[in-house]
Design a protein around this ligand. Structure first.
Ligand SMILES: Cc1ncc(COP(=O)(O)O)c(C=O)c1O
Length: 380
């Protein structure tokens, strides 16, 4: 199988992810922070190491401001629902994934006002439009860093330069960028950054998290056991326990630690270069195939390694099905959980076919993918 669906979850994982998880599950898989025996201590140690590694990778202001979650969606829900109250105003964009759009939709029904900043037909949101939508009562700006449909990188730093001087907090959905595009929460002035541990940071499914800047203090959505302050029925106020109730996905975090180590060894810049080269080669190849329309920006400076295209007279689902069954190539068709983004790009409701290379994509994979699309186009 040639895997070009890394925007959904990265595959394969680095070898160290598989071996560390296997070893951990067989030898030390105890509940971290819950008991004093050596297996529990070892379990706690790897959670702390993972927190430290993520803090370093993403520029967290301190290690305890890295809060682990089930995935990016869980982290985004914690941020949005933990901060926004009825009567508040939120600014978001028409490029968001449903991980942001759906929680906001619910809050709108509960008395929160949301302004959605439009995007160009290439998926670009202008910083000036986001800044212009701010009001005195704006509590949160929630915006995507790179589009999972078109790869467009949004101007979060320009927005942060303004929000950092206002009461509004900036939440960045870095599901497509953490580990694949340089991100530094402290330097960039981001208040909350949600990441998917199973994508660019190369961990297993079931991992992700929220990194909090010094101004961000969301209420917990869940209360329960933390292994700390067991004498009290009050949920602890300290981070990260405040936002991490219940037994953690320790084996997942063992894998995430190895994934982050792999990213650090290769460097985020090195991985970005690799993925952009692959994406660019895919685009250049597809651009020569009759009947192909490419979506999103052409320039690779403000792009993540995601390529979206349509093939004339063919439903994207059929294209992806033939790529899968006849050529052994994994892609993702349709709306990619991002109907707003597809409306902005003009590809709603059928969507597109998305090819998303990853750190292990080879030139041969790229050639095979382009040849396969050319063969399908030739047969239409
Ligand atoms: C931009 C973006 N945000 C959020 C998510 C949700 O991530 P997760 O599946 O980890 O919840 C995704 C997943 O594809 C995404 O691409």
């Amino acid at each position: 199988m040639i895997y070009l669906d890394n925007a959904a979850t990265t595959f394969p994982k680095p070898e160290g992810v598989y071996s560390a998880m296997d070893r951990f599950l067989r030898t030390s898989c105890a509940n971290p922070g819950r008991s004093g025996h050596r297996m529990a201590v070892e379990s706690q140690r790897v959670v702390s190491q993972c927190r430290q590694a993520v803090a370093g990778l993403l520029g967290a202001p301190s290690v305890d401001r890295v809060v682990f979650a089930l995935n990016a969606t869980d982290a985004i829900n914690t941020a949005i629902k933990g901060l926004v109250r009825p009567g508040d105003h939120v600014v978001s964009t028409l490029m968001e994934h449903n991980a942001v759009a759906r929680p906001l939709k619910r809050l709108e029904a509960e008395g929160v006002e949301v302004t959605y900043v439009p995007a160009s037909a290439k998926g670009e949101v202008r910083a000036a439009d986001v800044i212009g939508a701010l009001r005195p009562e704006t509590r949160l700006v929630a915006m995507i860093h790179a589009s999972n449909v078109a790869g467009t990188l949004q101007p979060v730093e320009e927005v942060a330069a303004v929000t950092r001087c206002r009461d509004a907090l900036l939440l960045v959905d870095a599901a497509q960028t953490a580990g694949a595009v340089p991100v530094h929460i402290a330097d960039m002035g981001i208040d909350l950054l949600a990441f998917a541990g199973h994508k660019g940071t190369l961990g297993p499914p079931g991992t992700g998290g929220l990194v909090l800047g010094m101004r961000a203090d969301p209420r917990p959505l869940r209360e329960g056991g933390t292994g700390t302050r067991s004498e009290s029925v009050e949920h602890p106020d300290e981070l990260p326990e405040r936002l991490e109730a219940g037994t953690m996905n320790v084996s997942g975090l063992v894998g995430l630690l190895e994934g982050v180590r792999h990213v650090m060894e290769r460097s985020v810049e090195g991985i970005r270069e690799h993925e952009l080269a692959a994406a660019q080669a895919i685009e250049q190849g597809l651009a020569r195939v009759p009947g192909v329309t490419l979506h999103g920006p052409r320039r690779f400076v403000r792009r993540a390694g995601v390529v979206s295209f349509s093939l004339e007279n063919m439903d994207p689902r059929d294209v992806a099905a033939v790529l899968d069954t006849s050529f052994g190539i994994a892609t993702r068709p349709g709306l990619h959980c991002a109907p707003l983004a597809h409306q902005s790009l003009g590809t709603y409701p059928v969507g597109t076919v998305r090819m998303s290379p990853g750190p292990f994509t080879t030139e041969a994979d790229v050639r095979a993918a382009v040849d396969a699309v050319a063969a399908i186009a030739g047969a239409v």
